[in-house]
Write a protein that binds this ligand. Structure first.
Ligand SMILES: *Cc1c(COP(=O)(O)O)cnc(C)c1O
Length: 429
């Protein structure tokens, strides 16, 4: 398989090059040259397949002979040891719980996969790889957890000061070892901009090997397609058509769903569910894409004003607004709306949703049609947003053990401004 850049101005590359570069030299995002359909037999046995088995079949198709089957099987088995239950609220409303991984967010799937793939691709080389990652909260911890103690790889995590929850910050700043946390006095978009500038900086790239583990990296976002398959496998024979409501920020998750559909998964349509950072819903409604600075909300992992993966979405629909809006409907909620749906799902179903999941629930409540079954993603464990959830629902939330361990550790982060040169000198030191 070869991988091309969405900007079409850089040469096609191998899997190794796409993964180690992260961003293409022309500033585009890498995509597999072909996305073919999985065979009918795959869909027949889908209900019986485990997540690693699904991952193996999907990556065989998307990587072809770039990696041998045995290695691919090992990577999938090791990375995807995560439960992903599909919970029925009623016969037409379901939740896919994506928070059962080590850091309690869906990003564990991609974070664990990319760490193992990158370790495999660079095994035996004597130069160190530096992974730069901007995070609005959850990416950083999933990447840190995935890469912690992986030999030959250093991870730098940039997060916006004061804009992640306490638990999230503890998860970012307490690893130590090969993980370095950097607190940027700015927004998530500033962090993302610094990282993107670094990938294009000539001097930095001559002196250091840089790559990304954000969803701009192929190996982070593609594995997110696996659980769409898993969800439909678990749904079994449902006579209605399936709609997926995806709480979205940088749109890696939703883009992975579109790819799953391209591979033959029978999803009728998607809902791009956002908070007030709604540039994609606005594009779907009006046909104009106007990135702008992000606004802080209680669903902070979706506070993204210029979603990177929109470039991949455009590419998948061949720049046609008409085609994209025929398959994806936009939906947005402000903080008040998010809180009211958190209360509603708790009152109606005794289900505690985090603020991101609540946006997906709201989307289905308002947009699901008679003949459809809706699945929304619960993208993080509610305890990651303890204060917001407890305040909205007037309950005490139990913090899972795997999060508790971070709370007693000491924060260790470097403070930097939004000035790129400051970051550059820091890296070169
Ligand atoms: C990252 C994240 C999102 C947004 O996912 P994208 O792939 O960036 O659209 C939604 N919810 C939570 C909890 C997240 O951590």
């Amino acid at each position: 398989m070869r991988y091309y850049s969405t900007n079409l101005k850089s040469p096609e590359v191998s899997l190794k090059e796409a993964v180690l570069r992260g961003l293409a030299p022309d500033n585009g995002l890498y995509m597999p040259k072909y996305i073919s359909q999985l065979p009918v037999e795959f869909f027949k046995k889908l209900p019986d397949l485990s997540l690693p088995e699904i991952g193996l079949e999907v990556t065989k198709l998307l990587f072809e002979d770039e990696i041998d089957d045995n290695t691919l099987r090992e990577i999938n088995q090791d990375a995807l040891n995560i439960e992903i239950p599909l919970i029925s609220l009623n016969d037409r409303l379901k939740v896919l719980e994506l928070f059962h991984g080590p850091t309690c967010a869906f990003k564990d799937v991609g974070g664990r996969f990319i760490a193992r793939l990158m370790a495999h691709l660079t095994r035996g080389e004597n130069k160190e790889i530096n992974v730069l990652t901007a995070t609005s909260g959850d990416t950083g911890s999933a990447v840190a957890s995935g890469f912690y103690n992986v030999e030959g790889i250093n991870v730098f995590i940039l997060y916006p000061k004061g804009k992640v929850s306490h638990i999230q910050e503890q998860q970012l700043t307490t690893y130590g070892g090969n993980i370095t946390a950097i607190e940027i006095d700015g927004t998530f978009d500033d962090c993302q901009k610094i990282v993107k500038t670094a990938f294009l900086d000539k001097e930095l790239n001559e002196k250091l090997t840089l790559t990304s583990a954000n969803s701009i990296n192929l190996a982070r976002f593609l594995p997110q397609s696996f659980y769409y398959f898993s969800a439909l496998g678990k749904l079994g024979n449902d006579p209605r058509e399936v709609v997926m409501a995806v709480p979205s920020g940088n749109f890696g998750n939703l883009t992975a769903g579109i790819i799953a559909k391209k591979m033959g998964l029978p999803i009728k349509r998607f809902i791009a569910a956002t908070n007030v950072n709604d540039v994609v819903p606005e594009y779907l409604d009006e046909g104009a894409f106007n990135p702008r600075p992000s606004i802080k909300t209680i669903a902070n992992a979706m506070d993204v004003g210029n979603p990177s993966n929109f470039a991949r979405m455009l590419d998948l629909f061949e720049n046609s607004h008409e085609e994209m809006s025929a398959e994806i409907e936009g939906y947005r909620l402000n903080d008040e709306g998010i809180k009211s749906y958190m209360k509603e799902i708790y009152a109606n179903f005794n289900y505690v949703a985090d603020p991101h999941g609540a946006v997906g629930y709201g989307a289905l409540k308002e947009l699901l049609k008679e003949n459809e079954t809706g699945i929304f993603f619960e993208t993080a464990h509610p305890a990651k947003f303890k204060d917001v959830v407890e305040d909205a629902l007037k309950i005490d939330l139990e913090i899972p053990e795997r999060l508790k361990v971070f709370l007693n550790k000491e924060k260790n982060a470097h403070n930097l401004s939004t000035n790129f040169n400051e970051f550059k000198s820091f890296l070169l030191d």
